[in-house]
Design a protein around this ligand. Structure first.
Ligand code: ACO
Length: 331
């Protein structure tokens, strides 16, 4: 098989996590749960929660500033700004436009995409397409999530799972070194939307007293069904992206999966044939930060030397929609 020639490569990454650490014991003080239940069912020990006055745009701009500094770029050099978020600060305009104003990257076209936890991978592919079409030289792809703002803090089945954070990646056309996005596979299934969703508060059921009283604007999830679909879809996406990249499981130096739950991560790695020593895990420290988990994990992996130059990195994610996808990267 002819090895794919990458069109675009990640030249720098960044992350931002709010300072406030909330442990499982902290949660057990306010709801009927325990550190033991949360750790054994999910692998999560603690998560970060952003302060009231810090929204998704603020989180995203902070992560992006670090990525831009590392790339040696000025905000004015960004041509394309793609933001994934399930927690926009406002319904209008996009969080991307708010981040554009914060960063002062006035030359960029800025827009949001909504693909829940898979958003960063979708965003990278969208930016790759812009670069491939010659519509720019620098793309900034940000994932910014303030999950704490959409949780029902009276629902222990969801409130313990999520956290806040943001990650960013700077993408540029590949320079012929063979580094970059080797392949990707994305998919969605709208028939399963109601396994993980916010039923009210949008155009069909606008914010009203009844929406607020019944909490229809907050996250609802069918955990077991999500679990099964997540493992099957992520394993399949990994296989397809590996095949397209001309890799076998042995070629993968590091798997950077969406960090929802350690049991989902372990099962996905097992189906994909990748041993846990080659899997990056930080769900214990941050919980599930929706689309921000993959870029934050990738940034930490790079910092720890686990995704250094020429490493073969497989990223994979799954989320509401349902959406899922995988991407093979030569770093
Ligand atoms: N603390 C204590 N007990 C709890 C808690 C809690 N936080 N939450 C639920 N329980 C109880 C339930 O009420 C139930 O009690 P019962 O038997 O008396 O009725 C019991 O624990 C078992 O509940 P289940 O829902 O069957 O527990 P399960 O083993 O399926 O684990 C979990 C639940 C962790 C949510 C699991 O289904 C899961 O990980 N699902 C995937 C969800 C996920 O990661 N979603 C993220 C979004 S999508 C994505 O990013 C991939």
């Amino acid at each position: 098989m002819i090895k794919p020639t990458p069109i675009a490569e990640i030249v720098a990454t960044g992350r931002f996590l709010p300072d406030n650490v909330v442990t499982n014991d902290d949660l057990a003080e306010r709801m009927d749960t325990s550190d033991e239940w949360i750790r054994t069912r999910t692998g999560i020990s603690e998560r970060r929660i952003a302060p009231d006055d810090m929204g998704a745009a603020d989180l995203g701009a902070r992560a992006a500033t670090i990525a831009l500094q590392r790339a040696g770029l000025e905000p004015g050099e960004i041509d394309i700004l793609v933001v994934s978020t399930a927690t926009p600060d406002r319904w209008l305009p996009s969080t991307a436009c708010d981040i554009q104003a914060l960063l002062k990257c006035d030359n960029a076209v800025a827009f949001d995409i909504m693909a829940a936890c898979t958003g960063h991978l979708y965003g990278l592919s969208m930016a790759e397409g812009y670069l491939a079409a010659g519509r720019g030289e620098v793309a900034l792809v940000i994932a910014a999530e303030k999950m704490s703002a959409i949780l029902d803090w009276n629902d222990r089945t969801t409130a313990v799972l999520f956290g806040d954070g943001a990650g960013a990646a700077v993408l540029r056309p590949s320079n012929g070194s063979g580094r970059g996005i080797l392949s990707s596979h994305h998919q969605s299934d709208g028939k399963l939307a109601e396994l993980l969703y916010r039923p009210g508060g949008g155009a069909l059921d606008p914010i009203s007293q009844s929406v607020l009283d019944e909490g229809r604007h907050l996250l609802k999830m069918q955990g077991r069904e999500i679990f099964k679909n997540a493992v099957r879809s992520m394993a399949e996406a990994c296989d397809i992206a590996m095949q397209k990249a001309g890799w076998t499981a042995n070629d993968v130096d590091l798997l950077v999966p969406h960090q929802a739950n350690i049991r989902i991560i372990e099962a996905t790695a097992k189906y994909a044939g990748i041993p846990m020593e080659k899997v990056f895990v930080n769900v214990d420290r941050y919980g599930n930060m929706s689309s921000a988990t993959v870029p934050i994990a990738l940034d930490e992996a790079i910092e720890q030397g686990r995704a250094g130059p020429d490493a073969n990195v497989m990223t994979v994610a799954f989320g509401a929609g349902l959406t899922w996808g995988a991407m093979a990267l030569r770093m």
